[in-house]
Design a binder for this molecule. Structure first.
Ligand code: ATP
Length: 458
């Protein structure tokens, strides 16, 4: 199963979804660049998230805050003091690990945490037992300096989560958008963490994109809203085609909750990484009134809310669904990848690779393919491609055998191929081939846009 990841990594590079970063210089470890197809898939995921979480609702609004916030924000939020990971090193092979990850891997295998702590564990790299050093806390914040001096007074942090930019803008957004709790503020954007053990392709990187929403509710109504958002988020993945057999909930044990959380449940996906079957896709947390209280206290600005109907003042509790764009993209690609068979030009069955992505996520919606490179067919096909481009991302391809061109589109998940052939010159109709069923249908040119529109919703 781990080779499925390798298959996706190589497909990603070969077809232009994801390339290793700075590869001409030998590569930057655990950093990745999104290519022409990757950026489309990633944008489609973000668009679907924004639509589901913001524009299709009247109780959520969006913002886009800075990556570098006032340093006081990270002091007040607790990140400077507690956003740390326990780092341990194997004294035998000198490889470093996160102690919590080693213990979790043990727990996943044995059903309980190691009773003797790290001393019970074998090093995943060299296999030796009991060779780990006492864990040291290591800050996950990525720091930089602003301005001409490089002393401690100029230190600034790149945000490790987008959430704090929402909390600092809570009062401003609440007033200007004239919303009352229950309501939410969403944002998407880059976050940075000084991960000790980045890896597993785009699953864990130091620079990554998040999609987060903070939903502000009346204290006492928080548990019910937590359940509501857990359902919403699960259904979002499912409705975009993710197989529920590859998803599960993981409930954070009380003693392992983040400093701000009353309850956190993660949606996990069966990534099947070497050494760990399941990995976190998204966390849905009840952050209580921790952040608003902390910022009220540290900034001197009152971030409570006056409930006019009840005639009382309270600090809202916050429910936070927090997802990662890269992880979501990897999960959708793994879930959509399949190999089946299709007849070649001589009618013989051959292996076919299909990325069965939901049409809303597919990077290319339609491929326009003249049957052959020909002075009559090509211009007609180019005109059709130009017309369809007004609505969708279209590929035009007139190179090579038609079967080979279908295969190329199947492999990148294109839902429809439209073929222009010599009959088109007579009957003004084209052949539409659907990716999954490979069924072909003749559609007249003046109907083709509406034919595709009804099948490419969203
Ligand atoms: P993990 O336990 O895997 O480090 P986390 O619990 O620290 O993740 P959160 O703080 O809950 O992660 O962040 C919310 C989401 O942001 C995660 O579910 C994940 O999708 C994404 N995310 C967090 N860290 C990274 C990273 N280093 N690379 C890519 N995505 C990340």
């Amino acid at each position: 199963a781990a080779d499925k990841i390798d298959t996706i990594v190589s497909l990603s590079k070969r077809r232009g979804f994801v390339y290793p970063c700075s590869e001409i210089y030998g590569g930057q470890r655990a950093a990745w660049d999104y290519g022409p197809l990757g950026v489309e898939l990633k944008e489609n995921i973000k668009r679907q998230w924004w639509r589901a979480m913001v524009t299709s609702r009247d109780d959520v609004v969006g913002i886009d805050s800075s990556v570098i916030l006032a340093t006081e924000v990270w002091e007040a939020s607790g990140h400077v003091a507690t956003f740390t990971d326990p780092l341990t090193e194997c004294t035998s092979c000198h490889k470093r690990f996160r102690a919590d990850h080693l213990e979790e891997a043990y727990e996943a295998k044995h059903g309980h945490l190691p009773t003797g702590g790290l001393a019970d564990l074998n090093c995943p790299n060299c296999g030796n037992k009991g060779t780990f050093t006492e864990p040291k806390q290591f800050s996950g914040l990525l720091a930089t300096h602003l301005g001409p001096t490089q002393d401690s007074g100029s230190v600034a942090y790149l945000r490790p989560e987008t959430a704090q930019g929402i909390f600092t803008n809570f009062a401003a957004v609440q007033q200007t958008s004239r919303r009352k709790p229950p309501f939410g503020i969403a944002q998407m954007g880059k976050s940075f963490r000084n991960e000790i053990t980045p890896g597993n392709f785009i699953f864990r990187t130091r620079e990554f994109e998040q999609m987060e929403m903070e939903f502000f509710v009346k204290p006492g109504e928080d548990e019910e809203w937590h359940g509501y958002w857990m359902d919403q988020r699960w259904n979002w993945y499912r409705d975009l085609g993710m197989s529920e057999a590859n998803m599960r909930w993981y409930e954070h044990p009380k003693e392992k909750l983040s400093h701000y959380s009353k309850r956190t449940a993660d949606i996990e996906y069966r990534f099947n990484f070497a050494g760990s079957e399941w990995g976190e896709l998204e966390g849905v947390a009840n952050r209580t009134d921790y952040d608003l209280n902390a910022h009220s206290k540290a900034s001197g600005q009152d971030l409570s809310y006056f409930d006019q109907e009840a005639g009382e003042r309270w600090t809202p509790f916050v429910i936070e669904p927090a997802a990662g764009v890269g992880r979501t993209m990897l999960a959708f690609m793994l879930d959509a990848y399949r190999e089946d068979e299709a007849p070649n030009a001589k009618g013989k069955m051959e292996k076919r690779v299909v990325l069965g992505l939901d049409p809303r996520l597919a990077p290319v919606k339609v491929a326009v393919l003249p049957l052959s490179r020909n002075p009559q067919l090509s211009p007609k096909a180019r005109d059709l491609a130009a017309a369809l481009r007004r609505n969708w991302n279209i590929e035009f391809d007139d190179a090579g055998a038609i079967g080979r061109r279908y295969r190329r589109q199947d492999e990148i998940g294109t839902p429809f191929c439209v073929t222009i052939d010599f009959d088109t010159l007579e009957d003004n109709a084209v052949t539409v081939r659907e990716r999954d069923s490979m069924k072909q249908e003749r559609v007249s040119l003046d109907q083709i846009e509406s034919y595709l529109a009804t099948r490419l919703i969203g």
